[in-house]
Design a binder for this molecule. Structure first.
Ligand code: HEC
Ligand code: HEC
Length: 373
């Protein structure tokens, strides 16, 4: 699965089923000439070079992306587009304006992101890594694929506020882009589908993980005594009890949408409900990983907390009951649905913070593969 660009043997048959008679003749002869012939992915543009993403050994396989396999040229084009201000209405803003590599791909310490017209959006910027494994994107799950997502910020009024067709024209008239599109898709025509595909490919290559969270894996880093104590608080169901949602795995999240009790009235900011219309989804937002938090304050979908101390105070006594509040928080409430203070000491909280802040992956901050080309 990790290397799904080339297959051999059996897949000849699978491909024949998908391609019809003429192809059947061609492929049967190809298969006969060389029974172990390495076959290109059906979706791979004929001119592009397949790219195998190297995963840390404890990552699950990369989910397949039918219709848009990773290629060297596609990723390269996606990176160019990610840093391209021509994609904004006044040519001043690129994706990277709000997703800065040296800030773990968020926008510095802004509470809400600001678009080209100086208008704030409704959300705190999200860090960009391990995106290939998520099934829904944005804090409220408003996009179901990275291909779908990539075009949304370009048109959003409070973000890049550009007309997509104008952006296509600008790229088509650019001295370099038609050639880059040709390299990636064997066709120099710029269109929104190809723009989205290339950006999605680039986004899928950004990986981050904390070696302090992957027990038993090769290369695990040891925790300091304080971080180890903090890890115990993180797991302790009478203290932090954080691990149900910010899971101890390579991603440090279960990628689920959950109501963690930020608002007493979840209809005020309905979250996932806005996409599904299901009342059980009211107030549910994407569980973020706690990686690189040193760079990504303020916290939560609306950036309401500026420090980890505020976050811990919230999980101690600040969260609110509502019908969709997650059971793992309801259990920390009394009969009157008020939070019962955690049994953590001041030292426990310091240790917990030290552990959380040790979950970092500095490499993505400077990896030249993700920086401005
Ligand atoms: C004006 C700032 C801004 C710009 C420009 C911007 N983004 Fe974002 N991005 C955000 C904010 C804010 C969110 C969270 C939005 C939400 O949840 O509704 C976000 C969320 C995302 C996510 C979702 C991550 C996840 O874990 O679900 C991806 C992916 C992303 N942006 C990629 C891009 C790409 C690609 C571009 C350029 C085409 C771009 N962004 C341009 C601010 C921005
Ligand atoms: C029941 C699930 C759940 C539990 C338990 C939980 N969280 Fe969260 N956490 C979430 C969700 C969901 C969000 C995003 C909420 C939002 O912004 O709407 C979140 C957000 C956060 C953030 C903000 C991260 C960011 O990038 O903005 C931090 C920090 C955090 N949690 C730390 C903790 C700590 C520490 C604990 C344990 C004391 C904990 N969480 C327990 C579900 C949970």
């Amino acid at each position: 699965m990790i290397n799904n660009q080339f297959r051999n043997g059996m897949p000849c048959l699978r491909k024949i089923q998908r391609t019809g008679f003429l192809a059947l003749v061609l492929f049967v002869s190809a298969c006969q000439q060389d029974p172990v012939i390495r076959e290109r992915d059906v979706d791979l543009p004929a001119c592009a070079t397949p790219y195998t993403l190297q995963l840390p050994d404890f990552f699950p396989p990369l989910p397949p992306t039918p219709g848009n396999p990773l290629t060297v040229e596609g990723i390269e084009l996606g990176r160019r587009l990610f840093y391209e201000p021509l994609l904004s209405g006044d040519n001043t803003q690129s994706c990277a304006s709000c997703h800065q590599q040296n800030a773990s791909f968020v926008d510095g310490n802004k509470r809400l992101s600001i678009g080209i017209d100086g208008l704030p959006g409704f959300r705190n910027s999200m860090p960009l890594y391990n995106l290939a494994w998520a099934e829904k994107y944005f804090w409220d799950g408003n996009a179901r694929s990275l291909e779908e997502l990539a075009l949304i910020p370009i048109e959003a009024e409070f973000e890049m506020h550009e007309n997509l067709f104008r952006a296509v024209r600008e790229l088509q008239e650019h001295p370099e882009y038609p050639g880059l599109f040709y390299r990636a898709f064997c066709d120099s025509t710029v269109n929104v589908e190809r723009m989205a595909q290339a950006m999605a490919q680039f986004l899928r290559t950004i990986l981050a993980t904390s070696l302090k969270l992957a027990p038993g894996s090769v290369g695990i880093q040891s925790r300091s005594p304080q971080e180890e104590r903090g890890y115990r608080v993180f797991l302790d169901e009478t203290k932090g009890d954080c691990f149900h949602c910010h899971v101890v795995n390579a991603f440090n999240t279960n990628f689920e949408f959950i109501n963690n009790g930020l608002n007493p009235d979840p209809t005020a900011d309905p979250g996932l409900y806005g996409q599904t219309g299901d009342p059980n989804d009211l107030g549910k937002f994407k569980v973020p990983s706690l990686l690189n938090l040193k760079y990504t304050a303020p916290f939560m979908h609306d950036g309401r907390f500026s420090s980890l101390d505020e976050v811990l105070a919230f999980y101690d006594t600040g969260f609110h009951y509502s019908s969709t509040l997650d059971p793992n928080l309801v259990k920390h409430m009394d009969a009157n649905r008020k939070p019962v203070p955690r049994k953590w000491t001041a030292q426990d909280k310091e240790d917990l913070k030290a552990f959380i802040l040790s979950l970092e992956d500095d490499r993505i901050l400077s990896n030249p593969a993700f920086s401005k080309p």
